[in-house]
Design a protein around this ligand. Structure first.
Ligand SMILES: [Zn+2]
Ligand SMILES: [Zn+2]
Length: 155
């Protein structure tokens, strides 16, 4: 396990990640928030299932290799980063906030992270059930205590 795990599912140390083909590689030098599952329509379509994102300060995200990194403006306030070679989903970024969301599946194990809740469950797909006992929110909740600052919605 990560030597800086916390009971709340955050990690405070160094994390690394990459896309499937390796054309985009990054590391994170600061804390990461617990993973939030997002069932909004945009996350479902772009991931093929539902979103699973952690988040950290944008300043702590360091792109080591980003030649193939592409951005798709998915809403007026946010863009989604993906690998233009293999299509891996990597980032959700709202430039007006100081944090950036990172697709949890792109992180290398062990991540030390835990999932904390589900959001936008009112938009969830109709072919699966949410049975893990984590908190569920129909949309973006008014307050997510585990998010330290500027969570931003994953939509
Ligand atoms: Zn790739
Ligand atoms: Zn979403």
């Amino acid at each position: 396990m990560h030597d800086t795990d916390t009971p709340g599912g955050e990690v405070t140390g160094h994390s690394t990640g990459r896309c499937l083909c390796g054309a985009v590689r990054y590391h994170v030098s600061g804390p990461l928030r617990p993973v939030i599952y997002c069932h909004c329509d945009m996350c479902r379509r772009t991931t093929g299932h539902f979103g699973a994102f952690t988040a950290g300060d944008r300043d702590s995200l360091h792109l080591e290799k980003a030649d193939a990194l592409k951005w798709y403006q998915s809403s007026p306030r946010a863009r989604r980063g993906f690998c233009g070679v293999c299509g891996s989903i990597l980032f959700w970024d709202a430039p007006a906030t100081p944090s950036i969301s990172i697709a949890a599946g792109s992180l290398s194990k062990p991540t030390g992270l835990r999932a904390s809740e589900h959001i936008f469950t009112e938009s969830a797909g109709d072919y699966y059930h949410i049975l893990d006992g984590l908190a569920r929110h129909p949309r973006w909740p008014a307050a997510i205590p585990v998010v330290r600052k500027n969570p931003g919605r994953l939509a």
